[in-house]
Design a protein around this ligand. Structure first.
Ligand SMILES: [Zn+2]
Ligand SMILES: [Zn+2]
Length: 364
């Protein structure tokens, strides 16, 4: 089977859009015609050369589309169904998978590092040469073949362009507040970094009933967006020290690092109150290290933790998020940023690198 895909070759080199070969779908696979693919910070780690992954690679792991064909053993999905892709085609057998944490699956993360699926294959090639899969998905393409387990039905009423954001940023960000930190009603929250994931942490905190939600981001447009989505205050990094001494002099109950840089983790931890919780949500560059004062955890009894993909099985979390979308509590549409056709993928990447407000979306 042939399709067109955006191919990442190396940091600093433009993507090419070419016809590639897809392996025939297996009995448990589905073919999805992609409608929208969000550009995620993880894609940008590759583009910036912050992670070393095999290339050429098809990036893209935050997507929604329409099922075009299903393998003979697929149940519960049919051609024409609208789906969101989960980027966790996990092994289904390890302890993490059995505990309902497919995104923590060790074989999956080994596969992501190797640019493959869990079975070591990629099912994609270009002129006979292996094409690797970004984040075990590789959906920056017109079509993708995935396990039916990661094609999650959306149901009616949510446009595919909005739904794409559910595939990574929303599950990660909202899940960080609802499932990882379990933010409680009436609590105070700081979100460091108001990019795609950060805006969803803000919304998750609002849905959970937090009454003080502070967003910190250097970009004014992102701060304004956070205020529209539920932040009660928003500050630039330079203002944060002064502002926090007024807003939350003892620190906040929950502080989220939605960036994943050691400096932003340090900021989140510093503004966490004694006994409060700091959650690392953004993924750090390879080799990043934290320099921590242990007294933060002994004398101040802070807890530092992290979350991967919302700390919940995407198949369990997605219906919860869809309910919030349909009830008007979770705004996807307002977070869709500029849209680009597949042929203009390089402009899309540049816009994402520039930090435009909203998620940059490619519409293959
Ligand atoms: Zn992502
Ligand atoms: Zn597993």
């Amino acid at each position: 089977m042939k399709t067109r895909a955006a191919i990442f070759w190396a940091p600093g080199r433009p993507f090419s859009v070419e016809e590639i070969d897809l392996a025939e779908p297996g009995p448990d696979d589905v073919v999805v015609r992609m409608a929208a693919v969000g550009i995620c910070g993880t894609d940008l780690h590759n583009v910036k050369g912050e992670w070393s992954r095999p290339t050429p690679m098809v990036l893209g792991h935050e997507g929604a589309g329409v099922v075009e064909a299903v393998g003979e053993e697929v149940e519960g999905l049919a051609s024409g169904d609208e789906v969101v892709l989960s980027w966790a085609p996990s092994c289904g057998e390890c302890g993490d998978c059995l505990r309902g944490r497919p995104a923590a699956c060790v074989p999956l993360h080994r596969a992501i590092g190797a640019g493959t699926l869990v079975d070591g294959t990629t099912g994609m090639s270009l002129r006979g040469e292996t094409l690797y899969r970004g984040t075990a998905t590789g959906c920056l393409a017109e079509r993708v073949v995935v396990s039916s387990r990661v094609a999650l039905p959306i149901g009616p009423g949510v446009p595919l362009r909005d739904a794409a954001l559910l595939g990574c940023a929303a599950l990660t960000g909202v899940g960080a507040a609802l499932f990882a930190a379990e933010v409680t009603p009436g609590s105070s929250v700081l979100v460091v970094g108001a990019g795609g994931v950060g805006q969803f942490v803000v919304q998750g905190a609002r849905i959970a009933g937090a009454t003080a939600i502070v967003a910190a981001d250097p970009v004014e447009g992102r701060r304004e967006q956070a205020l529209r989505l539920g932040a009660t205050r928003a500050f630039g990094p330079g203002e944060l020290d002064g502002a926090m001494s007024e807003v939350a002099p003892d620190g906040v109950d929950y502080a989220f690092d939605a960036v994943g840089d050691p400096s932003t983790t340090e900021t989140a931890l510093r503004f966490t109150r004694s006994g409060g919780t700091t959650v690392i949500v953004g993924l750090p560059a390879a080799g990043a290290r934290l320099d921590l004062d242990p007294a933060q955890f002994t004398r101040r009894e802070k807890r530092l933790t992290g979350t991967m993909y919302g700390s919940e099985d995407p198949a369990v979390a997605l219906p919860v998020l869809l309910e919030h979308v349909r009830a008007g509590r979770l705004d996807l549409h307002g977070l869709v940023g500029p849209e680009y056709p597949l042929d203009r993928v390089n402009e899309a990447i540049e816009a994402a690198l520039a930090g435009v407000p909203g998620r940059v979306v490619v519409t293959p």
